[in-house]
Design a protein around this ligand. Structure first.
Ligand SMILES: Nc1c(C(=O)O)ncn1[C@@H]1O[C@H](COP(=O)(O)O)[C@@H](O)[C@H]1O
Length: 156
């Protein structure tokens, strides 16, 4: 059970590390790899094949024009979560390249590191009781945060 985080460039490394860090809360190991569908498609394919026989979820991080996520999804039977780094450059329009896929290509789009880790965890929770319990704990904590915030807001 592992998340394979494939980044399109070394420039995505901080975002990749952030997802890896968030996955630790759920008890999920991850590995960080770099390959670009635009620039090194053979390498991207090799990475997919390297892990595909294990129980993995692929997370693809690709800014600007996201070819990597669709490419990855079309070439593996494992789930692919596209988690493009959000950028306000170019009016945030990079995100559009992660949405409208050709038929038969279905990477799941989730943005932000924490949400991406949660999505990975929910997939693994299908098989692991331990991960399922961590997801429930996570959700409990989120609800408690809102309860606390509400109490504070009331007394302003
Ligand atoms: N979107 C893609 C792909 C791809 O989709 O194959 N390869 C690199 N990139 C992204 O382009 C941005 C700049 O990449 P460079 O550093 O190579 O210029 C990065 O966010 C990367 O993920």
């Amino acid at each position: 059970m592992k998340a394979v985080i494939i980044m399109g460039s070394k420039s995505d490394i901080d975002y990749g590390k952030k997802i890896a860090e968030k996955l630790k809360f759920f008890g999920i190991d991850s590995v960080l790899r770099i390959a670009s569908a635009h620039k090194t498609p053979e390498k991207a394919l090799k990475i997919l094949k390297e892990y595909e026989d294990d129980d993995v979820v692929f997370v693809t991080i690709a800014g600007r024009s996201n070819a990597l996520s669709g490419f990855a999804d079309a070439n593996t039977f494992r789930p692919v979560i596209a988690s493009p780094p959000v950028s306000d450059k170019f009016a945030g329009m990079d995100l559009l390249s992660s949405i409208n896929m050709p038929s038969g290509v279905a990477p799941m789009l989730v943005i932000y590191a924490e949400n991406t880790a949660l999505a990975v965890a929910k997939i693994f929770a299908l098989k692991s009781r331990k991960v399922a319990e961590k997801v429930k704990e996570y959700q409990r904590k989120k609800k408690e945060e809102i309860e606390r915030a509400d109490e504070e807001a009331k007394s302003i």
